[in-house]
Design a protein around this ligand. Structure first.
Ligand code: HEM
Length: 446
């Protein structure tokens, strides 16, 4: 029988803590951001309005921030859309990931107290917000699977997966939603094969990932917060079961390797294991789906550039980088100063947050000529910061580039595409891409 103490403890864990956490990390910041946006604070506007803006509209906001200088003090943090500053901060050892400890101890203690016990992509021990030796240890264990060379070995298999999905698309009659039928399915299939996730689980993984995507956002409403929390709990439990299965039936996939890493290799605790494996799996498709949908839209809207790529397929790699530059899947990231320092001639005090707008750095006219033009032949397209920079540079960049190249080329070789009304962007703020992209497809004759 459940005792009163257990009952109270359950209510505190399941009801009170989430409410406190939501209030402190979303409700209050959201109110402050909305007020800031109403008063014209540019960073607040970026956070509040970004999700409703197209890449063309958001570029206007970047220009306004740029006009105020390379590092702008906003009400909430410093913000930069300057390529050199964004790169410098991301590469600096004087900045760290995650939020600084709050200098108001009561709030800080309350945030700590209300922390989730389970997985969260932007709470330790997630690699994204871990620095120092632990970060090196996590990264080393998984990185060899994602080197450029290892990824080239996956190209043929990716082509075969893409061809299978395109066969299914060709068999469809009438309009299709390209996100559900292609852009999501390709990356989830590829990362699942690398990680040993069976085919029967992929739809489930996609569903959980979709619900958890807003976990990177600030200022989400209560209902979204509960959906995210529920999806993260479910994902946590699913990972545990999947690990049990792989412990009993190991394969030659990355998850099996991680589970059997020895102490010499830097064995991970169960919690670290889930955080690392969960991040690689989720990051492996949540962003690449956006790359594919954003790039399809751009190429359909620039038919002369698409015709050039069909005539000379050697340009596809660069086209992927230009799509990443022009409409990146990750809008921004943040760092906090680990000590008093100076950036772009300005003093930045220890603990100060800096918002680094990757999408804004990609439009810096000091680096990119005519930055607001989409140009698949742009010589330095690859200088974009869409994969971040420094120690946390995207581990999956080579894989994402390869999937983008294979996925887009195969798609446009097979079909002529007419985009139909009804396209909608995802409701997330940091992850940017399409939720639906309705289209009519006509098979090409060659
Ligand atoms: C177009 C697709 C992708 C984009 C735009 C992208 C973007 C990013 C960005 C911006 C970061 C760093 C965030 C920061 O500095 O705060 C990052 C980190 C990461 N990405 Fe990706 N990513 C993509 C695909 C992938 C794929 C396919 C994988 C699969 C392995 C992956 C795995 C990771 C991991 C594990 C990290 C954490 C690295 C660390 O903290 O050391 N990403 N990604």
């Amino acid at each position: 029988m459940t005792t009163t103490a257990e009952l109270v403890s359950g209510v505190v864990t399941n009801r009170v803590k989430p409410l406190v956490r939501w209030g402190l990390t979303h409700a209050v910041p959201s109110r402050v951001l909305k007020d800031g946006a109403d008063k014209g604070d540019l960073q607040a506007r970026l956070t509040v309005e970004a999700q409703n803006l197209s890449p063309e509209e958001i570029a206007e906001l970047f220009s306004q921030i740029r006009a105020q200088g390379p590092l702008v003090r906003s009400t909430f943090s410093y913000v930069s859309v300057d390529h050199a500053v964004v790169k410098e901060v991301l590469s600096s050892t004087q900045f760290r990931t995650g939020f600084p400890g709050d200098d108001r101890p009561a709030i800080s203690r309350l945030v700590q107290w209300s922390r989730r016990e389970g997985l969260h992509p932007v709470e330790p021990p997630s690699m994204l917000v871990t620095d120092g030796d632990d970060h090196t240890r996590y990264r080393k264990l998984v990185s060899r699977v994602f080197t450029a060379r290892a990824v080239e070995g996956l190209r043929e298999r990716t082509e075969a997966i893409a061809a299978g999905l395109l066969d299914e698309l060709a068999a469809a009659t009438g309009p299709v939603d390209l996100v559900a039928a292609y852009c999501e399915k390709l990356p989830v299939a590829v990362i699942s094969e690398i990680l040993g996730v069976p085919e029967s689980e992929r739809a489930n993984v996609l569903r959980m990932g979709g619900h958890a995507a807003a976990s990177l956002d600030l200022g989400i409403d209560w209902s979204t917060f509960r959906t995210v929390d529920g999806a993260l709990d479910e994902f946590d439990e699913w990972l545990g079961k999947h690990f049990d299965h792989l412990r009993a039936n190991p394969g030659d996939d990355l998850f099996s390797t991680l589970l059997h890493a020895t102490d010499d290799e830097g064995r991970l605790s169960e919690r670290e294991l889930k955080a690392t494996a969960g991040l690689v799996l989720a990051a492996g498709f949540e962003t690449t789906v956006n790359l594919l949908s954003n790039a399809i839209r751009l190429l359909v809207e620039h038919p002369e550039q698409l015709a050039g790529l069909r005539a000379d397929p050697s340009g596809w790699g660069n086209a992927v980088d230009e799509a990443l530059r022009y409409d990146p899947p990750v809008l921004l990231t943040g760092r906090s100063a680990a000590e008093d320092t100076e950036v772009a001639g300005q003093h930045v005090g220890e603990g100060s947050m800096t918002t680094l707008v990757l999408a804004g750095a990609n439009r810096d006219p000091q680096v990119f000529d005519n930055p607001d033009a989409f140009d698949v032949a742009r010589e330095n397209a690859r200088d974009h910061l869409s994969f971040s920079a420094g120690r946390h540079f995207c581990l999956g960049a080579a894989l994402a580039r390869m999937e983008g190249e294979v996925g887009l080329r195969a798609f446009f070789d097979r079909f002529d595409v007419e985009l139909l009304p009804g396209a909608g962007r995802r409701p997330t703020r940091i992850l940017r891409g399409y939720e639906t992209l309705p289209a009519r497809l006509v098979q090409r004759s060659n």
